[in-house]
Design a protein around this ligand. Sequence first.
Ligand SMILES: Cc1cc2nc3c(=O)[nH]c(=O)nc-3n(C[C@H](O)[C@H](O)[C@H](O)COP(=O)(O)OP(=O)(O)OC[C@H]3O[C@@H](n4cnc5c(N)ncnc54)[C@H](O)[C@@H]3O)c2cc1C
Length: 448
Amino acid sequence: MSESGNDISRRDFIKLSGVAAAAATLGAGAAMPATAQAAMVNLGGKANLPKAKGPRLVVVGGGTSGLTIAKYAKKANPKLDVVLVEKRDMYSSCFASNMLYSGLISLEFLADHSFLDAAVNNKYTFFNAAATGLDRAGRKLMTSEGEIDYDYLVLAPGVTYDYSRVGVKDPEAEAILRQMYPGGFISPTEHITIRDKVRNFEGGTFLLTVPSGNYRCLPGPFERACMIAAAFKKNKVKGKIVLVDPNAAPLVKAKGFLSAFDELYKGFIEYKPNTKIESIDVAGRTLKTEFDTIKFDDGAIYPGVRGAHILEAFGLMDPKSPQKEALIDDHKYNFIGDDRVYVTGDSRPMGFSKSANTANTEGKYVAKLIAARSQGKEIDWVSPETICYSMCNSEPAEAISVSARYVYDPAKKAFGFSPDTSMDENRDVAKGNRLMEWNKGMYRDLFA
Ligand SMILES: Cc1cc2nc3c(=O)[nH]c(=O)nc-3n(C[C@H](O)[C@H](O)[C@H](O)COP(=O)(O)OP(=O)(O)OC[C@H]3O[C@@H](n4cnc5c(N)ncnc54)[C@H](O)[C@@H]3O)c2cc1C
């Protein structure tokens, strides 16, 4: 058979005999790029990582919590070999994103931070993969790019949306809502969509919702209403924001937000407290509440949150947790009965504020705790600190703030705010400036 004849018959064989034959041929190392071969080997085998040079700490999730723990665990015990596993290949922060809508910042402010630089600067390894499975007995984490052995594992995967909280149980309706009216409290692509909705809004009702429960960033929906209203006001859009809230008032900084609604955004924000959403008709763009039917033209529907799905898939979820959060020791963060596996950040079950300053300060404590445990020691619990600024005005940029720590009540087996909690609800430019500095400081702490 001629050389060219041989080529043709090989091609035809692969084409005719389908996927199995093709896979077998490729598996045998036939004409295939080196990178694709490596990917195939890795999917079933070990991840391509340097050999661990000390006890290996694997951190899943390169958000506020995971980035903090990777950096500060390495600082606290330089012998730890730290690997940060993150599924996104580009960072963009959730915190600060509300300011996109009023034009106070651009996307670059949120996204101009590199996972690779964070890893190089802080002497750990960044591994771009999704965690897909856990073998606690064998201390192995499965990822989309291969398996990683660990001595200590931290899961900091954040939250996922829970649409059942707004009466949406049909998967098809949920998928449409996710795509057409994204919550804007998890992924950067949602922030871009909402920014463009605001820019292109021609008038009518723009719907925003406040979830029930301990949702991510309690002041976030109110700050968002202010930032979108500021854009409508500036651009003279004949539209109003309808903000639907199941609670009687904003859960934090109520006075500050309500006075901003009243003094800055009369006619632009219609706030509906004590209003529980019962169902959403996506096609008809209507919302049914206990008392009302609200028609909307566009919007961003924040349904409620629960712990990330991987907690449930990995057997780490507390079956009794109403928000499907982790079953962990509420002072030591390890999964009950396993001091090698920890869950931190917004997937924790403790009633702390689900916010970046909380995740960052908590992460510093957990990093020190794991570093100490890797050396056979223990440390005392330290409260996370919630410092949270909210922008209420855009020209000039004025903010309000809250600062809180937590104390444990053994009788209630729960945490409450410590007596030194303080709120500054008079919006002003000084706090607007401090808000911008807080954001920049947080990026420096996570990446530099
Ligand atoms: C609009 C908005 C405004 C906010 N404003 C403020 C504010 O003003 N102040 C404040 O303090 N906080 C604010 N926050 C809240 C703050 O951003 C979050 O509470 C904080 O980032 C939570 O940190 P985390 O690490 O738990 O989760 P995240 O930061 O969400 O990080 C989770 C990471 O895990 C990754 N991940 C998930 N699953 C996997 C997997 N299987 N494998 C690999 N990686 C995975 C995700 O990709 C993500 O990068 C705001 C949030 C939003 C959305």
